[in-house]
Ligand binder design. Structure first.
Ligand SMILES: *Cc1c(COP(=O)(O)O)cnc(C)c1O
Length: 573
């Protein structure tokens, strides 16, 4: 076998070599053999990778990927060309200065504290300052003008949460012997969520600091499990392109390659045959959303479950957003996704983990989420256990070491105060508003003529986009924000979404009315543009500038710089 690896020319040289130098020839032979083996290994490896890519993305898809990479590279060079670079720098700096002025409030009546006060403040001083801080001019979530963001459960609940947080403010679940009550509440929160999502009797779970951590942990556990059980060292996962950014964060943090699967119109659900084609021996996890953040659409979980079962790979369902709405749809009298095919949760045999944000529609204080697994053989791969630590045997279930028991108490109090009847009622209210808004877009004469709903939203998020080529979706977003609305702008395709909450549900009439006003105004502007032709100077708002101009460039370095500047501004004192 070995000799077949040696190229003929090499063999001839060895044959012709003088017998005097036999040991040298043998050494050369071994070295060459090794070189050939290594070479063959790389050829095989890249052939396999190319094959996986061709199989996963198809021939045209693969050519498109190469083309996109070349275009990106060309644009990268262009942005760094003399003349261009200076212009770009100037515009980025201007945009960031404006952003900072808006975010970092300065001026009379605002004092910055950049070092500890010499003497601690009196409680009177503190209260005065806190009142000022909470009163700083802000987006009016209290009037229901903010999409998502504030998942408020009512004044009475807020008071109880504050009490629970106060009672447990010093507690830390890292020390269950010191805080047994926190351990009990935490285990019960997990149990309650498991029962809502039809967890099997040996179902298991953890609480985390939020949806992102729940997703990070689900991806990590899947990666570790595949390594332990199948020796996978180059992990990959296959996810819908509409999945939450936390999956890409997990890929980046944990070295998992992420394949994004298209979610084609008109359904905007993950394309199942593409998922199947992208599954290979390195796949550690596939995922679906119920529903996804951008469009509020539920992927075909039963079909994903069938793939998971037949390829024997874990399937994560992201119910972070769906949380306590999707779990109660049926009981609240709304159609529950895939009910006739067995639902979207652990009733599907392929589903191995589900993330559920108690801090969204569970109305718990922010900093709460639950990750549930089919059983502990999945969960325990996310544990971190370090028996050799000088500080003693160390074990912690998730990313954090010390955590706040107060937040767990706040979560437990929320679930127990609201109860099943309360969640059914809030599901009714929120879904009622979402459906009313969706119906308005489909039926109101002005709205339906100019904008359209994306797909068929089944939960509490409704996304829409302009269907009038004269009106730019991002101009609608900017005009709405001028009226004090904080809706979410989406990209690829350009769209806007509203995540209904209890405060926004109360403002749905106003939302419809003002959206109609905005669209009427945009129609007039479009007419004006037509009349003036080229001489019309278009005013671009922030959303339009970010997504319309910067977002359309193939190279994302400008958007990256703006985003980095935004993060920097968060920490300007
Ligand atoms: C909100 C959300 C998450 C998690 O977000 P966090 O801000 O980390 O809580 C995950 N998936 C979806 C679909 C979401 O809407």
């Amino acid at each position: 076998m070995a000799s077949s690896l040696i190229p003929a020319s090499m063999q001839a040289r060895i044959m012709a070599g003088s017998p005097r130098n036999l040991s040298g020839a043998v050494a050369m032979l071994n070295l060459d053999l090794l070189k050939n083996v290594v070479f063959l290994f790389f050829v095989l490896r890249y052939t396999r990778k190319t094959f996986d890519s061709l199989r996963g993305y198809g021939i045209i898809g693969s050519i498109k990927r190469v083309y996109a990479a070349i275009k990106l590279w060309a644009f990268y060079l262009f942005l760094r060309a003399p003349g261009v670079r200076g212009q770009v720098d100037k515009q980025v700096t201007t945009a960031l200065t404006k952003l900072e002025e808006k975010m970092v409030r300065k001026g009379p009546g605002i004092t910055s504290y950049l070092a500890l006060p010499k003497e601690g403040w009196t409680s009177e001083q503190i209260r005065t300052e806190l009142a000022q801080l909470v009163g700083m001019e802000h987006a009016k979530w209290e009037e229901g003008r903010v999409s998502g963001a504030v998942y408020h459960g009512g004044e009475d609940l807020s008071k109880l949460q504050t009490e629970a947080i106060g009672t447990f403010s010093v507690s830390n679940p890292l020390h269950p012997d010191v805080f047994p009550g926190v351990r009990k509440m935490e285990a019960e929160v997990v149990a309650m969520v498991l029962s809502l999502f039809h967890g099997p009797s040996d179902g298991a779970g953890v609480t985390t600091s939020g949806g992102t951590e729940s997703i990070l942990m689900a991806c990590l556990a899947a990666r570790q499990k595949a390594y332990a059980e199948r020796g996978v060292t180059e992990p990959e996962m296959v996810v819908p392109e509409t999945v939450h950014a936390a999956f890409f964060k997990a890929g980046s943090y944990f070295g998992i390659k992420v394949h994004r699967v298209p979610c084609p119109a008109p359904e905007y659900k993950v394309h199942i045959p593409s998922v199947r084609r992208l599954i290979n021996r390195n796949t550690v996890l596939i995922a679906g959303s119920a529903p996804n953040f951008p469009h509020g659409i539920v992927d075909n979980i039963p079909a994903l479950s069938r793939l998971a079962v037949s390829y024997k790979i874990p399937l994560h369902v992201d119910c972070c957003l769906g949380s306590f709405i999707i779990a109660f749809l049926k009981k609240a009298g709304f159609p529950s996704p895939y009910e006739e095919e067995g639902g979207f949760d652990f009733r599907q045999p392929g589903v191995t983990s589900i993330s559920v944000d108690t801090h969204k529609y569970g109305f718990a204080p922010k900093g709460n989420s639950v990750l549930i697994y089919r059983n502990r053989s999945y969960r325990n791969h996310q544990y971190f256990i370090f028996p050799d630590w000088i500080g003693g045997v160390y074990a912690s279930p998730s990313i954090a070491g010390s955590r706040s028991g107060a937040l767990i108490a706040g979560c437990w109090v929320s679930l127990m105060t609201i109860g099943e009847a309360g969640y059914i009622a809030s599901c009714h209210q929120i879904m009622g508003a979402a459906k009313q808004f969706e119906t308005a877009i489909r039926e109101d004469p002005i709205l339906s003529a100019n904008i359209e709903v994306i797909g068929n939203p089944e939960v509490s998020v409704v996304a829409f986009a302009s269907k009038n080529i004269g009106i730019d979706t991002y101009d609608i977003a900017d005009a709405m924000s001028e009226k004090g609305w904080h809706l979410n702008a989406l990209q690829d395709p350009p769209a806007i979404h509203v995540a209904f909450t209890r405060p926004t549900a109360l403002a749905v009439e106003k939302l419809q009315l003002e959206l109609t006003e905005v669209i009427t105004a945009e129609l007039e502007k479009a007419e004006e543009r037509k009349r003036q032709g080229k001489s019309f100077a278009r005013q671009r708002g922030n959303t339009s500038a970010l997504y319309g101009v910067a977002g359309s460039l193939p190279d994302k370095s400008i958007v990256n710089r703006l985003a980095e500047g935004f993060l920097d501004a968060l920490y300007k004192a």
